[in-house]
Design a protein around this ligand. Sequence first.
Ligand SMILES: C[S@@+](CC[C@H](N)C(=O)[O-])C[C@H]1O[C@@H](n2cnc3c(N)ncnc32)[C@H](O)[C@@H]1O
Length: 585
Amino acid sequence: MDSHSPTSAAPPAAAETARYTYSPRLRWQPEVEEYFNTAYGRDHFARISEALAHPSCYSCIRVNTLKSSTDAVMHKLLDLVCKNELSAVINGLEVVELNGGDQSQEGCSLVHKCPYAGLENVLFVQGSGPHVLHYGSQPDQAVKEVVVSRKCAESVLRGAQVYVPGVLACSSHVEKGDKVAVSVAIEQPVKEDGWAVGITRGTVLQGLQSDAHYEERKGLYIGQGTAAMSRSAIFRVPHGIAVEMTERVYKLPSFNDVLEGEIFLQNLPSVVTARVLDPQSGERILDMCAAPGGKTTAIAILMRDEGEVVALDRSHNKVMDILKLASEMDLSCIKAYKLDALKSVRKTDEARSLGMADNHSEAIETPTEDPCHATVGGRSTSVDEDSSTTTVVFSDNKNLNSKRYISKAELRKNLRQMKNGPGRNNCSGGRVEKSKGFCPNSFDRVLLDAPCSALGLRPRLFAGEETLESLKKHSKYQRKMFDQAVKLVRPGGVIVYSTCTINPGENEALVRYALDTYKFLSLVSQYPKVGGPGIVGSCELFNKTYTEEWLREDEADLVQRFDPSSSVDTIGFFIAKFDVGEKDE
Ligand SMILES: C[S@@+](CC[C@H](N)C(=O)[O-])C[C@H]1O[C@@H](n2cnc3c(N)ncnc32)[C@H](O)[C@@H]1O
């Protein structure tokens, strides 16, 4: 690393070595840290906490086996790597020639098949890091700097550029084309109990020790880039790239516009979850919290697009995302609805009055009054040309109800128009179908990929926002959702529950609740098995007024817990699978 000028203002060279590094320490609420120390043991939790602050060192690609094969995609990726074209499209990936070696061989070591049985549709693309970067400071000259928000930094660590809204502070004379060191401002404890970032947007940095929050950014440098606009523009324009990253602490491939529809970038545990559900062609599956549709599409592909995957999300725009993804992947068995999963069971008397038996396999849908288009997988709801009513239009040839064929290009165009804001009818991006819920016992399998504290997601640079109280709220919410899942699945069916958190209160404690509450549920083994065992025991909380029960010894190996500090190097994740016996209602 180049040395800094030892002037009174600039930091000395030795101090700089420690300064321009990436060595973050994840901060937790003390009570939460104590709770996790109890669950994992102090050393183990310290390793987990350390791992969470760094990204995984590889990208996981799920192949759409209905459109291509794992081998074909692997060859295409290798081809791109070997022609060195991937570094253009796969952001940040470099083909390094070792010992003057053959580039194609180096490329081969970057893309490889997933080594775990049962995941033959998965490829890994190797990234690298953490790299020690040289920020190239000159004597008597402070390094020009940009400080970004935590969310922005987490994206940059995953391969993104620095966008204008993410910039908090910038050196005074930054012009377009200047080299800038990029660091991140992270929440710090403040006196009256709480956390604050301190740096306000627009702060001028001098690169001196006298700068506001200078010390706090030590060890929080995530890379170097070229300013894509001047300092004044960065704080004047509403959007656009502010800094093009040229050197990164982590180099991870991102696959924008590469093999669209043929591949999907997905965390390994998420791919495993869909496989564990084991959906069969012709079945009716419910994905209760489905957006953006990663697992939904994985499920549809495993079913060979035969049967029905009902995908719910309470967010309108997120349902749109599911539809877009299903359309891109050419999947027509996915039906997506906007619905609060807590209200996903339709009352039995209402179902009867609509002429449906309890185990009727049709969804009970509200008519869509909206004059805009929306797509459901290959199916599309559309305006009849001569009326304002909505009809379901199928773009595949599997259903005889087809009214009008809509090409995929047209569907994509419609979706783009929706994304681009209000159109003629002041429609804020199109509407999606709403559902009033579904009949009890009407699904063969239910996936509850529950909204959670997300304390397994990586990289994460701050975790102080969660308190024991807020963690408890997540678990209450999840139990209510689980109750709905239990009602909707048929006897003889399957429920898979998953979260992307390391919190046992949302994982093992949910399993305990499920088994203690519903005697007809049994925890069953999973395939494929990549994660480790669950946590056994219990923990006293809230001044010993409440005991949180986790798993029993014989249950630990039946769940999968993905540990971010393990060699599998994934996000923190949890999966439990239940077989549903005869219900005693
Ligand atoms: C963990 S994400 C799901 C990820 C998704 N399964 C996938 O693999 O792509 C949780 C989702 O639950 C949705 N959600 C939260 N509360 C909900 C509710 N009450 N009803 C339906 N969806 C909800 C959120 O909008 C979010 O998209």
